[in-house]
Design a protein around this ligand. Structure first.
Ligand SMILES: [Mg+2]
Length: 388
């Protein structure tokens, strides 16, 4: 494979949604198009930032794109994994270990664009390329090409924390075929949050079909009381109760609550993942690991995280990537992960799944179009028009 060109565009996302930690008003994202050449011809791969962090234009334009374009030799490797590991080594030339900052997201969006191009060069959907070259876990009860899928939403909108709105959104999510619904907590008073949770549970009929995401809001003393109250409901999981890098606090949460914990979306490397699993108190087989490889150096680094996790008794079905982007959908379906998150009913580039993906009875069945399917997701694909 040769790298022919890489282009990036930083896109404003402007949205009135909020969670306990941030507003999405000023959020940006990077759209990346990477063109490769193989013995089969030239192929353009598309990559798009993950949700909830900013675009990576500066880092990409200054360091990572020039570094990749400086390589005029062929990037070799007998399998896609080996080729992509060599791409990864080029991207990380002259980069010190640790201190990931925003760098891991810049590499992640660029690396996943190249995976899209590689899958297209093999005339395979990304999920089938991953199944062929990495292998499916077989541990999630679904065949390759399918994944469990859930709807996430229930954001705080500016000036509104209306339980009726959350109830309607949860109902719409399950009516649309998603398996369960996740809403935000920790960004309003506990009374408002409990009313929102109650409304969501009422809409879907079971607390096990409702998860909550606190975006690290329960790190203070009062948080333990709120967490304990939520723990009594029997929800599917409580996500990011505290800062995921505060392993001591996280381990305390895991000891004090019986509800499964989900965390990892702010874990950006194999080393961070290893620390989380060793010191965060998480319970293999019960808790969910949400590392988001678009934020965390791409799929190549993600595959390395499995190795540590499996040695500690976790399986790939315990992994459920954050954010609901197309590459995560394909990774879940190709590698046999625990499921896929998607913002089901809110509209916009992050919402839903590609048009050739069927969602029914809590399962997404992916299509056969080559690549990761951004072209089949019109609200997202239109953001690439200036680059193509
Ligand atoms: Mg989250």
């Amino acid at each position: 494979m040769r790298i022919i060109s890489v282009k990036e565009s930083t896109i404003p996302l402007g949205s009135d949604k909020e969670n306990a930690a941030i507003s999405f008003q000023a959020m940006t994202a990077s759209a990346v198009v990477a063109e490769i050449e193989t013995s089969r011809g030239r192929f353009k791969g598309l990559g798009f930032s993950s949700y909830g962090r900013y675009g990576h234009g500066g880092l990409l334009q200054e360091r990572f794109i020039p570094r990749l374009l400086n390589i005029t030799d062929e990037i070799i490797g007998e399998t896609s994994i080996q080729q992509m590991a060599n791409v990864w080594d080029v991207l990380m030339t002259n980069e010190k270990e640790g201190g990931h900052g925003e760098r891991s997201g810049a590499v992640g969006v660029l690396e996943t664009a190249i995976w899209d191009a590689v899958a297209k060069s093999e005339d395979l959907p990304l999920w089938a390329l991953l199944e062929r070259d990495v292998g499916h876990s077989g541990s999630n009860g679904l065949p390759a090409g399918k994944t469990a899928i859930y709807a996430s939403g229930g954001h705080y909108r500016s000036g509104s924390s209306d339980a009726a709105e959350v109830e309607e959104e949860a109902k719409q999510g399950l009516d649309a075929g998603y398996g369960w619904f996740k809403l935000k907590v920790g960004g309003a008073t506990q009374a408002i949050d409990m009313a929102r949770i109650e409304a969501a549970v009422k809409a879907v009929g079971s607390p096990n079909l409702i998860a909550v995401d606190a975006n690290c809001a329960y790190g203070e003393d009062q948080g333990a009381t709120h967490l304990s109250e939520i723990d009594q409901i029997g929800l599917r999981w409580i996500e990011e109760p505290v800062n995921p890098l505060d392993y001591l606090a996280l381990a305390g949460c895991c000891q004090s609550v019986k509800t499964p914990i989900a965390t990892g979306e702010n874990i950006f490397s194999q080393a961070d993942s290893r620390n989380l699993l060793h010191y965060g108190g998480l319970r293999a087989g019960k808790d969910n690991l949400q590392m988001d490889f678009v934020l965390a150096y791409g799929l190549t680094e993600y595959l390395r995280m499995f190795v540590d996790a499996e040695a500690l008794g976790w399986s790939r079905k315990d992994f459920m990537p954050h954010a609901g982007h197309q590459v995560a959908l394909h990774a879940a379906a190709g590698l046999g992960l625990g499921g896929h998150e998607t913002a089901a009913v809110l509209g916009g580039p992050f919402s839903g799944v590609s048009d050739d993906t069927m969602v029914e009875d809590g399962v997404a069945s992916l299509g056969d179009a080559p690549g990761a399917g951004i072209e089949n997701k019109p609200t997202l694909f239109r953001l690439f028009h200036g680059l193509l």
